[in-house]
Design a protein around this ligand. Structure first.
Ligand SMILES: *[C@@H]1O[C@H](CO)[C@@H](O)[C@H](O)[C@H]1NC(C)=O
Ligand SMILES: *[C@@H]1O[C@H](CO)[C@@H](O)[C@H](O)[C@H]1NC(C)=O
Length: 302
């Protein structure tokens, strides 16, 4: 009898214990998913910027026109069809469709996301380029005027996702998010590299009508990004001093990477400082006039 009571007591204890553990586990899982979701939501802002940029540039309309279910939120302002030659029309049509896939994949794991207001206007591009050169270019830089200009502007937009994914990857807990982010990082880096590759090929080409070559344009824009990000040099030009190139031995710099030729990570506040164009993660602007969405970006806003 005594034994019986003991064992049923043991049963009760283990039942209570397992219930307790269940509650704890589901609490822990929720925390894991929340922080993973926050990180992915942060990256989604940048994927949306790319998606809308390539969609407008290649087709003249945004994601709303073809896949409205993937991007609820205000319609981006200032997007327009770029005047592309057939080769780059093909490349950027591919990029626009690739971005739709990324949005769909992210929407599968996080629900209720909202696209922030995006500024894709040529006036913004002109302003960024003026800031990069620390003078007013005349006529204003028009990112949609021709393939080279659109390639230069796409260099800016394609820069943001890779260092964001490299930054968030070590903190991810859930295997589903880890494999999704690995897949997104791979293709985001591919896009950046395709753009850098074609820019590298054109490094001596003059950007008209300024009589300044492409290499200098990319240098100035990269320096502006580094100034705003405030984390040292993480954005490198196409041609560097050999000391800054791979293994400190070569000036050609088709791929931007650190001393061990590993991809740079950027902290999320640094990414915000650059995409806001303000050098301050608390002050929205530039691509995100009302700020980026999600808990992380919003936590810096009043
Ligand atoms: C977009 O950027 C341009 C250039 O800074 C600015 O004039 C315009 O007001 C911006 N649009 C929005 C909606 O913020
Ligand atoms: C681009 O222009 C700069 C400044 O005039 C010059 O130093 C450089 O050699 C040119 N070409 C490249 C590929 O950097």
């Amino acid at each position: 009898m005594g034994l019986h009571i003991l064992s049923s007591g043991g049963f009760l204890t283990s039942l209570v214990l397992s219930l307790f553990m269940l509650i704890n586990v589901s609490h822990a899982q929720k925390q894991i998913t929340d922080s993973d979701q926050d990180a992915l939501y942060f990256a989604l802002n940048l994927e949306l910027l790319s998606a809308e940029h390539y969609s407008y540039g290649a087709t003249g309309s945004g994601v709303d026109a073809t896949a409205p279910e993937l991007a609820r939120g205000p319609t981006p302002v200032g997007g327009q069809k770029a005047n592309l030659d057939p080769f780059f029309q093909d490349i950027f049509s591919q990029f626009a469709l690739i971005q739709r896939g990324h949005l769909r994949a992210i929407n599968r794991v996080i629900q209720g996301v909202e696209r922030p207001l995006l500024n894709l206007s040529k006036e913004l591009a002109a302003q960024v380029v003026n800031n990069a050169f620390r003078k007013t270019l005349n006529p204003p830089f028009d990112p949609y005027a021709n393939s080279l200009n659109y390639l230069i502007w796409s260099y800016v937009i394609s820069y943001f996702p890779p260092p964001t994914y490299v930054q968030i990857t070590p903190q991810l807990k859930n295997p589903i998010y880890k494999s999704l982010v690995a897949g997104l990082l791979g293709v985001a880096s591919d896009q950046e590299t395709v753009i850098r590759g074609y820019l590298y090929e054109r490094r001596d080409s003059l950007v008209q009508p300024y009589n300044v070559n492409t290499s200098t344009f990319i240098d100035r824009i990269s320096e502006l990004g580094n100034r705003l990000g405030k984390e040292g040099t993480k954005i490198e030009g196409l041609v560097v001093s050999p000391a800054q190139g791979a293994e400190g031995k070569i000036a050609g710099n088709v791929i931007s990477a650190d001393k061990d030729s590993l991809a740079y990570a950027s902290t999320l506040p640094a990414i915000l400082r650059i995409v806001y164009g303000t050098g301050d993660e608390h002050v929205p602007g530039a691509f995100f006039p009302d700020g980026a969405n999600g808990r992380i970006a919003r936590s810096f806003l009043p």
